[in-house]
Design a binder for this molecule. Structure first.
Ligand code: CMC
Length: 435
């Protein structure tokens, strides 16, 4: 009879150990029993970059990278993107179920009525240099909210946590819009409670002197769909940061700022900005082949391609490609699309990329849409951070409610010196050269 166990023989001692397999995983702590003698620390597993280590049990977002499947709480991303609003999906991610009409109405009301920022936050923002990167402004300002809401430190109280969750989801677009207007030197626009989440965001971004901002419905919907697609993505670099920093019981504003800082990196959410820079650098369709050749020769990566988990077409990229067409009907076609399509065509047909299973990811087409909508590339990662805040907070809640979780604290494999004899300064003859 097949058993859900793993039998290991330690060839150093000839001892055999049997450890349980649960949901396709073994517990790393079971390896600690494997020792050469009672004084031995026991075996560790070594896994830089978490290539094959589950750091938690989760029921929020499911990805099958080989088959290109993404589901939130069991619902396929394609279905949610077609039928739901972003706040409806936010409710699903946070609470595990889709809301009914009354629940959704209350939820939207609650989020809408937390969009204002304290005036001191506005002043804080004014202190940034005129050319500060909007993502750096966002990260710092989210952290600064911790000074406005000191009661957020009580992370054990679920009611208090929920209040901070609502504030964070509501205030992210307000901070994002302020960072945008700051870099343009435009006055800040206050939220308008008559508008939906994305319409209000557009209002805070783009209202000039008109008494009431009216968003183009197709663009507001496209932004809502993009927000749904970016809302969560299981244990990615920033979600892992959220869990790791949150595991120290840091307040949710500082924790979210840390997660946003992780997102800012060009290998993570910062890739969307890099894609646009890359398309600019390529310049025209004729240059695409040469650019791909350079990437294959090791001169830089193709931004917007490849993924740690997806070894197939990123399902979000498929939806974004469709959404792009709807946006271009309103805005006109972004000429970069042709370069992007040519790049995708060449890559999908190239042995180097086929062998490594490198497909377009979520960041490949999103920037082209954002640019057509009027955003500058510096804003792209900020646009990613707004919806991802929901995912971070859902992951944070799940971590705090998981009785198995403790402060995150990995082990290391020591490669340094054994204890060394100290030599007083005057007697040191050889010195390591300064790098
Ligand atoms: N262009 C060219 N070659 C690549 C690329 C790329 N974009 N991505 C991976 N490779 C190669 C890589 O050089 C390596 O080749 P070899 O086996 O010969 O050494 C192989 O493919 C495996 O790549 P890896 O770097 O070991 O894969 P990883 O899982 O550590 O990295 C990644 C995943 C997303 C960081 C990487 O694919 C990458 O840097 N892509 C470009 C940046 C990007 O688009 N990031 C957005 C990711 S999706 C959204 C998000 O996370 O926020």
């Amino acid at each position: 009879m097949a058993q859900d166990t793993l039998t290991i023989t330690d060839n150093r001692t000839n001892q055999t150990y049997t450890i349980p397999i649960e949901k396709g995983a073994v517990r790393a702590m079971d390896f600690r029993k494997i020792k050469t003698d009672p004084e031995d620390f026991g075996l560790m597993t070594y896994d830089p970059a978490f290539m094959n280590t589950a750091s938690c049990r989760s029921s929020i977002t499911f990805i099958d990278g080989e088959r290109g499947i993404l589901r939130y709480r069991g619902y396929p991303i394609e279905v949610l993107a077609e039928h739901c609003s972003f706040l409806e999906v936010a409710y699903l991610l946070l609470f595990g179920e889709l809301p009914n009409e009354a629940e959704l109405q209350d939820w939207v009301y609650e989020i809408t009525h937390h969009t204002m920022l304290h005036e001191t936050t506005k002043k804080f923002m004014e202190g940034f240099r005129y050319n500060a990167h909007p993502m750096a402004m966002l990260v710092s300002t989210v952290a600064a909210l911790s000074t406005v809401y000191p009661q957020a430190r009580d992370i054990r109280d679920p009611k208090n946590r929920l209040l901070q969750i609502k504030r964070l989801i509501a205030k992210m677009p307000s901070i994002a819009a302020m960072s945008y207007r700051h870099s343009l030197g435009f006055p800040y626009v206050y939220p308008d409670n008559d508008l939906s989440y994305t319409e209000n965001f557009m209002n805070m971004l783009w209202r000039i002197v008109e008494p009431k901002y009216v968003a183009t419905p197709a663009l507001a919907r496209a932004l809502d769909v993009l927000f749904i697609l970016h809302a969560d993505h299981e244990q990615n670099c920033s979600a892992n940061t959220m869990r790791s920093v949150g595991s120290a019981h840091t307040d949710p504003y500082l924790t979210t700022a840390a997660a946003a800082a992780a997102l800012a990196g060009p290998l993570h959410g910062g890739a969307n900005e890099e894609v646009l820079k890359m398309l600019d650098e390529i310049g025209s369709m004729e240059n695409v082949s040469a650019y791909v050749k350079r990437a294959k020769e090791g001169h830089g990566k193709l931004m917007g391609f490849g993924h740690r988990v997806y070894k197939n077409y990123d399902p979000r990229a498929k939806i974004i490609k469709r959404t792009a067409e709807q946006v271009f009907e309103v805005t006109g076609r972004n000429p970069k699309l042709d370069i992007a399509l040519e790049l995708e065509r060449i890559v999908l047909d190239d042995e180097y990329f086929i062998k490594r299973k490198l497909y377009p990811n979520v960041d490949f087409y999103s920037g082209i849409i954002y640019q057509a909508m009027g955003f500058r590339p510096e804003m792209f990662t900020v646009l990613f951070a707004i919806p991802r805040t929901v995912g971070w907070l859902a992951q944070w809640q799940e971590m705090l409610n998981d009785p198995e979780q403790k402060i995150a604290r990995p082990r290391q494999v020591w490669t340094g010196h054994e204890v060394r004899q100290f030599i007083p300064l005057a007697k040191r003859t050889t010195a390591a050269p300064l790098p």
